[in-house]
Every structure is written in C-alpha cells, then in structure tokens.
Design a protein around this ligand. Structure first.
Ligand SMILES: CC(C)(COP(=O)(O)OP(=O)(O)OC[C@H]1O[C@@H](n2cnc3c(N)ncnc32)[C@H](O)[C@@H]1OP(=O)(O)O)[C@@H](O)C(=O)NCCC(=O)NCCS
Length: 164
C-alpha cells in the first residue's frame, strides 16, 4: 500500500469512493446527510481544486497487484478552516471524508491515511485537527481515538415537522 498526495488524475478513481462514503452516511443519518444530486459529481471540481491547494490535505492509498496498474482503495480529504473570530484559535485542520474499501480494511490503511494527514496539517502549521464522526460509527471512532483524537462536543439534532 502506498499512501500519497492525490494528483488531478486520481480524482476519477476517488469519486466512486466519495459516493460510497456519502451513501454510508446517508444510511446512518439521512436527516443530516441527504445530497441534492450525485455526490460524486458534487465533489468532482472541488476535489480537483484540492489537489493543488496548499491548505488542503488530499491523500489516496493505492495498491498494485503484480503486473497491474495501481488501484486507489482509500482516500482522505481535509482542509484548513477558519474559526469564528471570538476564539484565540484562528484556524484548524478539518477532515471531511475518509474511506477504505471493504476488501482492504483492517490492514492499517485508515490509520496510515489519518496519521499522514495529521503530519501534513502539522507542516501547514495549524495547531489542531478536528473532524465529525457519527456516534454510531464505532470503527471510525476507534480509529480516530487510536490516532490521538478525543471526543469533544456532541451534536444534537431534533427534526421539526413542517406544518401543512
Ligand atoms: C473507518 C475506516 C476508515 C477504518 O479503515 P481501516 O483501514 O480498516 O482501519 P485500520 O486497519 O487502519 O484500523 C486502525 C484502528 O481503527 C480501529 N478500527 C478499525 N476498524 C474497526 C472496526 N471494524 N471495529 C473496531 N475498531 C476498528 C482499531 O482501533 C484499529 O486498530 P487495530 O487494528 O490496532 O485494532 C473504514 O472502516 C471505513 O472506510 N469505514 C467507512 C467510512 C467511514 O466510517 N469513514 C470515517 C468517517 S468520515
């Protein structure tokens, strides 16, 4: 497995994984994660820009079977985000999405993606990395805890029914 920064020509191979992470989140919490249209297409131009953004961390994990071209089996996308101006912390790294293909899980690829992202954010110079993880997503919560993240705020949601 090779974990490396994504290049523009990786984007088409990442989009199927974007669709999977979107469907995964939508299944767990449709009130929070319902997409206007195909999430792959919604991400395409944004991901393309992130491949040359100094303030973004866009990594892919690829594997090469003997005699075959490398195949992207995981990705992570993060950006530097501004904090609101009342706080002393001005900006932080934010991990938006992470996915490792089913057949390649439990091999340490997720950990490598997250640890390399932390390293990149540290080089960028932010003092903190944050992310959202669904409470029910135990594998991801364990992975992030194993990489040094702690739980902070718990987001609470209450659906309101629209009047007729
Ligand atoms: C979460 C995910 C990225 C983990 O990828 P992975 O490559 O299998 O993770 P790793 O092999 O690097 O595991 C690292 C650690 O994470 C934890 N972990 C990973 N999968 C786990 C599982 N199914 N159950 C419990 N803990 C798990 C363990 O602490 C593990 O350490 P260990 O191997 O020493 O026990 C992968 O399951 C995935 O893509 N899930 C769906 C998408 C998702 O949840 N994305 C994150 C939210 S944006």
């Amino acid at each position: 497995v090779n974990v490396r920064p994504a290049q523009p020509n990786d984007v088409p191979a990442v989009l199927p994984l974007v669709r999977k992470v979107a469907a995964f989140h939508q299944a767990l919490d449709p009130a929070k994660y319902s997409f206007k249209s195909d999430p792959g297409e919604l991400y395409r131009a944004w991901l393309m820009r992130k491949t040359s953004d100094e303030l973004a961390v866009f990594l892919v994990a690829d594997v090469a079977a003997a005699g075959e071209p490398p195949r992207v089996v995981g990705f992570l996308i993060g950006t530097v985000e501004a904090e609101i101006p009342i706080y002393t912390l001005r900006e932080f790294g934010f991990v938006h999405d992470l996915w490792v293909e089913d057949d390649y899980r439990h091999e340490g690829i997720g950990r490598q993606l997250v640890m390399q992202a932390i390293e990149r954010f540290s080089e960028i110079g932010v003092a903190q990395v944050r992310l959202d993880v669904l409470e029910r997503n135990e594998p991801a919560r364990n992975l992030f805890a194993a990489c040094g993240f702690r739980a902070s705020a718990v987001e609470m949601i209450r659906e309101l029914t629209k009047p007729d």
